[in-house]
Design a binder for this molecule. Structure first.
Ligand SMILES: NC(=O)c1ccc[n+]([C@@H]2O[C@H](COP(=O)([O-])OP(=O)(O)OC[C@H]3O[C@@H](n4cnc5c(N)ncnc54)[C@H](OP(=O)(O)O)[C@@H]3O)[C@@H](O)[C@H]2O)c1
Length: 318
C-alpha cells in the first residue's frame, strides 16, 4: 500500500478552501495534515465548518510541512506565498495569480508577478502534460465552463464567439460586499464585467484562434455556473467523440442543469442542433469542477494517479 500524501489547504475558511478539503478528506491517497487561516488559527476545522465533524484538522496561521499545497487565497496573496513553499512539493493555485503570461497578467490582475505562469490545469487540454508537474495554475470557474464547452472545436474556430454565463453567489467568496448582499442578490439578475471579465484571456489562450465576447451574470442561487454559446452548425457527435470515456464530462443532447452537477466534480455539456445553428451549454459547480475538485483532479495527474481518484461520489439530490 502506498504512503498517504500529506496535503495542506491554505485559506481553508473560504469557500474554495472548504470545498477542496471536502474532496481531500475522503481521498484514498491523501492525508490532510493542516489548514490555514489568519482569523481562525488555533482552532480545528469543525470549529469553523461544522460539516467537517470528525475531521479535526488543525488550523494554523502558517502552512505546516506537506507534500501538496492548495492555495485557496485572494488574488495577489498566492503569488506572495508561493516562492516560500518547498520546490519538491506539488503546489496548486486556485487563484488567478499564475494563469496568465505577462503583460496579460498585469493588465487583468493589476500587479506584476515575479514567477510564472505555471502549467494551466484544465486536464482536458492534455492529461499527459500534467504528470510529474510540481506547480499548477487551476483554471477560473467561468473559464472552466467556457473552455470545456468549446474544447472539441479547438483550432477549428476563428473570429468572434459570444457567450453568456450565470454564476451563483459563492463565486464571489465568503466576504460580503455591496453586490453580494442577500437582499440585492436574491430574486435578481445582474450582469457585471461585461466584455471585460478577467477569465476571458485564459479562455482565449486555452482555445486559441478566436476572440471571446463574454457577458457574465450573477444569479440568485448559491452554487453553480451555466454558460451558453450559440454557434454555426456543428454536429453534436463532435462533443461526444471528444469526451468519450472521460469520467468527469458528460455530453447530453438536451440542456444541462446546474442541479445535476451540484456537489459533483463533473461538467455536463448539452449540445442542441438546430437549422444552421448549434447551441452549446456547460453546467458545472463553480466550487467543484470550477475550483476544488478540479484542483484534486490536477493533484491526481501530477502524481500519476487516476484522473478521477477520490472524485467518484454522487452529488446531493434535491
Ligand atoms: N469562489 C469561487 O467560485 C472560485 C472558483 C475558482 C477560483 N476562485 C479563486 O479562489 C481563490 C479563493 O476564493 P474563495 O471564493 O474561496 O475566497 P474566500 O471565500 O474569500 O476565501 C479566501 C480565503 O483566503 C484566506 N486569506 C485571506 N487573506 C489571506 C492571506 N493574506 N494569506 C493567507 N490566507 C488568506 C481567508 O481566510 P483568513 O482571512 O482567515 O486567512 C479565506 O480562508 C480566489 O483567488 C478566487 O478568485 C474562486
Amino acid at each position: 500500500m502506498r504512503e498517504a500524501l500529506r496535503a495542506v489547504v491554505v485559506g481553508a475558511t473560504g469557500y474554495t478552501g472548504a470545498e477542496t478539503l471536502r474532496w481531500l478528506v475522503s481521498h484514498p491517497g491523501v492525508r490532510v495534515v493542516g489548514a490555514t487561516s489568519q482569523k481562525h488559527a488555533g482552532k480545528v476545522l469543525p470549529d469553523v465548518w461544522p460539516q467537517f465533524a470528525g475531521h479535526r484538522v488543525p488550523i494554523s496561521a502558517e502552512p505546516p510541512e506537506a507534500d501538496a499545497y492548495f492555495l485557496c487565497m485572494p488574488h495577489g496573496e498566492a503569488a506572495k506565498l508561493a516562492p516560500s513553499l518547498p520546490a519538491e512539493a506539488v503546489v496548486i493555485d486556485l487563484s488567478g495569480d499564475h494563469r496568465l503570461p505577462e503583460p496579460l497578467h498585469t493588465q487583468h490582475y493589476g500587479f506584476a508577478r515575479a514567477h510564472g505562469p505555471w502549467p494551466y490545469g484544465l486536464p482536458e487540454l492534455g492529461m499527459e502534460r500534467m504528470i510529474g508537474q510540481k506547480r499548477v495554475a487551476n483554471p477560473g470557474c467561468f473559464a472552466t465552463a467556457l473552455e470545456l464547452a468549446l474544447l472539441p472545436l479547438r483550432g477549428q474556430m476563428s473570429g468572434r464567439v459570444s457567450a453568456v454565463g450565470i454564476t451563483g453567489s459563492t463565486g464571489s467568496g465568503a466576504s460580503p460586499s455591496d453586490t453580494t448582499h442577500h437582499p440585492l442578490r436574491a430574486e435578481n439578475l445582474r450582469s457585471y464585467k461585461v466584455l471585460s471579465h478577467q477569465h476571458v484571456p485564459e479562455v482565449e489562450l486555452a482555445l486559441g484562434s478566436m476572440k471571446l465576447d463574454f457577458v457574465p451574470t450573477s444569479g440568485p442561487f448559491r452554487r453553480g455556473i451555466l454558460v451558453t454559446y450559440v454557434l454555426p452548425a456543428v454536429p453534436a457527435s463532435a462533443w461526444e467523440a471528444f469526451y468519450a470515456g472521460n469520467p468527469l464530462v458528460r455530453v447530453l443532447r438536451r440542456p444541462p442543469e446546474i442541479l445535476h452537477v451540484l456537489g459533483t466534480p463533473r461538467a455536463d455539456i448539452g449540445v442542441i442542433e438546430g437549422d444552421g445553428v448549434t447551441v452549446v451549454q456547460c453546467a458545472i459547480d463553480n466550487l467543484g469542477r470550477g475550483a476544488g475538485s478540479q484542483a484534486v483532479a490536477n493533484l491526481n495527474l501530477c502524481m500519476g494517479w487516476a484522473y478521477d481518484e477520490g472524485l467518484r461520489h454522487v452529488g446531493a439530490v434535491p
